[in-house]
Design a protein around this ligand. Sequence first.
Ligand code: URA
Length: 191
Amino acid sequence: MMDWPELEAACQNCRNCSLHETRTNVVFGVGSRTAEVLFIGEGPGENEDLQGEPFVGRGGQLLDQMMGAIGLQRKDVYIANIVKCRPPHNRDPLNTEEDACIGYLRNQVALLKPKIIVCLGRIAAMRVIGPDFKISRDHGKWYDKNGTQTMALFHPAALLRDPRRKPETFLDLKALQSKILEICDHTPIAD
Ligand code: URA
């Protein structure tokens, strides 16, 4: 296992898959390295690739609003992605690309030891929770993954495309808020 500086350097220099050929920036992750809550997205989009930071586009603004609805701020959590480099034209990452990259996320999880993992969208949920995960059916449900309480929300980009999913997402956020109040020690949250 690498420590944070080693891991970030390895990731910045990574050539494990062909996504390195088309990236502008590696999007390693942001937030508190002592966070108790880890959000996991799919992979960088155009804005993230340009800025080197996850969730900085329109979807990112919505993610900030979603967290804000329960009093969570970006600085109080950690945000990472399944793949650290942008898939061209924002296509879904290939299985081979996920496999090439997942070791970085595993190392991030091992360093962070989060109490709670929140998957953003189906790609992250299928990788982290299980291949049979159905986002429309299973969003908001809690899973114990090696002792870490894990759930998935609709992806912010999906909510931008289909705002009818927002009311149920609000209920999922309230469930997340309850879980944070129940098991986290130092995560500031609305109550
Ligand atoms: N969508 C994601 O899944 N991750 C990002 O970082 C940005 C958009």
